[in-house]
Design a binder for this molecule. Structure first.
Ligand code: PBG
Length: 328
């Protein structure tokens, strides 16, 4: 029995080797960026309760963690500080001897070849947990972040990060004009070779829940006056293209899996390298479902990472970076 079919797609799926030959998308270790949480108040690693397998690391283990990632074939780390020194403006992150600068210097020194990325935001360093200074120093939980006052601080923070050895600064606070402001400050201080990876389209998302647990956030409100409404796709492209105009070197979409449409549209709209962030909630969902025996962890992770690349991402920030490096 044989029908006269014009095309038979199954011909190229018949054997493993044929499938390998026609595969369109391949994820490699070169694509992975490992986020690391560095906690100045601990001397032993502390597992993040909502993210099994992810740890807060003491400052003293930075070298070891960066080396471990490098030995796994990972080329980039992005650092998040967990500080005891929070205040209204997040001033610890503006100091040369503050946690942000210290952890960047340690990572830089640990492996000279590693791409070290600074997450440039204030939410981990402010006592109110917002991503910048509040209007009129207002801490009444209304949470209206003063855009331009925050830009001035971001300029300082970017210069501190660059001086401490960051290869890339990654503004994640979703302030208008943040890329332009940081570019200007970096250039003025002689850091014209330090790149900007903009969290260009970052949505106000419930997928960040476990991250706030990881950074011990005191944050109570929401970030909807600066992060994007997750209902908006066109606006996400406009935001990202604006960051490109302002001088961003890499554009990020965040979170990942629920925003593949944005990633794919942005791929068509720009020739800049794109990054995607598989965020804490995405990690936790996979971990917990796998622990419950509902899914095959390795298979699911590789499928999600491949989906990010297929949709157009070049870099993938994922808490699975170390494990994925072994699986790839
Ligand atoms: C800081 C920042 C956040 C994340 C990365 N940088 C938290 C937030 O915006 O609330 C989230 C990362 C994750 O969930 O894995 N602005």
């Amino acid at each position: 029995m044989s029908f006269d079919l014009p095309t038979r797609f199954r011909r190229l799926r018949r054997t493993e080797a044929l499938r390998d030959l026609v595969r369109e998308t391949v994820v490699t270790r070169n694509d992975l960026v490992l986020p690391l949480f560095v906690n100045e108040a601990i001397s032993e690693p502390v597992e993040v309760a909502s993210m099994p397998g992810v740890f807060n690391w003491p400052e003293s283990s930075m070298e070891e963690q960066v080396k471990r990632a490098w030995d796994n074939g990972i080329k980039a780390v992005i650092l998040f500080g967990v500080t005891e020194h929070k205040d209204a403006s997040g001033s610890d992150s503006l100091k040369d001897d503050g946690l942000m600068a210290r952890m960047l210097r340690r990572a830089r020194a640990a492996v000279p070849g590693m791409v070290v990325i600074a997450d440039n935001c204030f939410c981990e360093y402010t006592d109110h947990g917002h991503c910048g200074v509040l209007k009129n120093g207002d801490v009444d939980q209304s949470g209206v972040v003063d855009n331009d006052a925050t830009l001035a601080n971001l300029q300082q923070q970017a210069v501190v990060a660059a001086a401490a050895g960051a290869d890339l600064v990654a503004p994640s606070g979703m302030m208008d004009g943040m890329v332009e402001a940081m570019r200007e400050a970096l250039d003025e201080h002689g850091f014209d070779q330090v790149g900007i990876m903009a969290y260009a389209s970052k949505f106000a998302s419930s997928f960040y829940g476990p991250f706030r647990d990881a950074v011990d956030s005191t944050f109570k409100g929401n970030r909807r006056t600066y992060q994007m409404d997750y209902a908006n796709g066109r606006e996400a492209i406009a935001e990202a293209l604006q960051d490109e105009i302002e001088g961003a070197d890499i554009l990020m979409v965040k979170p990942g899996l629920a925003y593949l449409d944005v990633l794919a549209r942005l791929r068509d709209a720009t020739d800049k390298p794109l990054a995607v962030y598989q965020v804490s909630g995405e990690y936790s969902m996979i971990k917990h479902a796998a622990a419950a025996g509902a899914i095959d962890e390795k298979a699911i992770v590789l499928e999600t990472l491949t989906a990010f690349k297929r949709a157009g991402s070049d870099l993938i920030l994922t808490y699975y970076a170390n494990e994925a490096a072994h699986w790839l």
